[in-house]
Design a protein around this ligand. Sequence first.
Ligand code: CAA
Length: 387
Amino acid sequence: MNFHFNEEEQEILDMLHDYAVKEVAPRAHEIDEEEKFPMEARNGLAEMGMMGMYFPEEYGGAGLSYLSYIAVCEELAVHCATTSVVLSAHESLCSWPIYKYGTEEQKQKYLTALASGEKLGAFGLTEPGAGTDAAMQKTVAKDEGDHWVLNGSKVFITNAQYADIFVVFAMVYRDDYKEKPYTNKDISAFIIEKGFEGFSVQGHEMKMGIRGSSTCSLYFDNCIVPKENLLGEQGKGFKIAMTTLDGGRIGIAAQAIGIAQGAINETVAYTKERVQFGKPIWKFQNTQFQLADMQAKVDAARLLVYRAAQAKQDGEPHSHLAAMAKLVASETASDVARRCVQLVGGNGYSREYPFERHMRDAKITEIYEGTSEVQRMVIAGWLGATK
Ligand code: CAA
């Protein structure tokens, strides 16, 4: 496989690197410490055309490759994991399903505003009783002739407080649901606007890591949704959610390797300065061997991430590839970030330094958009079906 960025993409990645070093990295500590949403970066990325990197220009996107978008998720996470997830929840989880399943009118109305960065997107699948078991949706959408009425709630929704447009999943109401219980074939997807009657965003999760990202609950209290806001075919919502997450997981895997790379870079720099027993601790073989092992593992994980991204870009099956990439990248990120804290010692544990933040940020990559156990289920499902 040849992971290739053309000249224009490389220029954009170089520009993004400079931007991240100058504008994203210096704010990462404050974003974490004060649970501050990275509004400057959200706006800066929009100005640079990065809120819709891989969508066609006719829909407000930049028309670049999916692989270059994944490289951007990674680069942002090197400096600030919060900023990276704001972008990936917006692009992978909200814009992509509208691009893939939306009508021309929906694309003109919603995707154009999302891809240009004018509006921010979010994705509402998880409920209090439907986390890993995503098919157990309790939110219900009732067909009322000329509109839908939604009732229910969603939890742990990334970008929620600042989002304008939400892709939300619900069971379409049937009179006979008591005799014939709902299944995943009853789930449909809907496009919800922030201002819809009966819709509200509430609460704010206080989190261990990615503390600047907005994570809230969504409430639908007789929420009126126009008929034309059904996304994709009725009853195909579960497949829409799963295929969306196949892409989202590649973005989170990229975030994970970015976090790990950031931890390694900063640990190398720190150990070159820190003197103990008369020499920089970098000079000790334990330091070098540990960091060498970590870098090799991060590069191995990166290859899995780029392989999954390339497969998605080429329109090839990639559920299992995305699951492998996320499983390995997220577990590598947690391991690397923890080992970097240990190498740095007391200052690794101090909130004045970035090392412990990387450790906290890394953990969520093993949980959201499908836990490591979910990734194993997906990989095992593929293994059982093909080997
Ligand atoms: N692509 C297309 N179709 C798929 C699919 C995929 N990737 N995965 C499953 N399907 C289809 C199956 O083919 C099957 O179709 P048929 O019924 O027609 O045969 C149907 O969906 C049901 O499949 P399963 O029986 O495998 O489904 P399941 O109920 O056993 O669930 C699961 C499987 C993998 C556990 C799934 O529920 C899952 O991924 N759970 C985790 C959900 C998740 O990742 N949530 C994160 C939410 S977003 C977030 O984290 C927050 C944020 O904002 C960042």
